[in-house]
Ligand binder design. Sequence first.
Ligand code: SAM
Length: 236
Amino acid sequence: MDEKHLSQRLVTVANFVPIGARLADIGSDHAYLPAALALRKQISYAVAGEVAPGPYNNMVREIASHSLTETIKPRLADGLAAIEPSDRINTVVIAGMGGILITKILTTGQARLAGVRRLVLQPNVGAPRLRQWLMRHRYQIMAERILAEDDHIYEVIMAEPSIVPFRYSDYELTFGPLLLEKKGPVFAAKWHEYYHRQMEVIHQMKQAQKVPVKRIQELNAKLAMVKEALENDNGE
Ligand code: SAM
């Protein structure tokens, strides 16, 4: 992967960045995403944030090698601390991290989200927790995608601030309110795999000397939900 050949995962993220956006890509690593968007003039300005010096140095090189130093500002900073008010950022991408880390970054840097009109989030795991954070902080989930690449299944969530509070049920938080509307083969593959893995976990638990009855009940309840989500989905 490089700035000219983004992974399908990052293409999916990039498609949610509005034309002319002022973007902050937090945890940008090589800055491939902002570089690709700047080269095709999809964004007018970007901050590429990195907490680790190694990736930060990669970003600095990448940005300079494409003469993008006017458009993309590399910043060595923890989370949203990379954003300064004068950047006038309106779109934030946080991709390729766990959902818990993404929620931590959003919580810690909440004050910096004041002028931000769109969040594009790609949790590697832990999407339900992230959806819960969005709900509690008055963001509406506007679009969701699920895709498979290199033996992984990824979810991408695009959310925007909302004046009215949004309520999502546990069922919607787990599977994604908008993914539930479409489902499809990748959705089915993800939850079939989860179902069979957890059935095996339950089987193992039942062999234990002290059977964790409560934990098994919880897992069974979750699996009933998974079954429901998979019902009426022909995987097409
Ligand atoms: N966003 C890119 C992508 O999706 O391909 C890179 C993902 S990479 C797996 C995660 C990056 O996030 C790492 O380079 C890591 O140093 C950075 N990171 C982790 N925690 C961070 C934080 N609190 N603030 C900024 N960057 C962070």
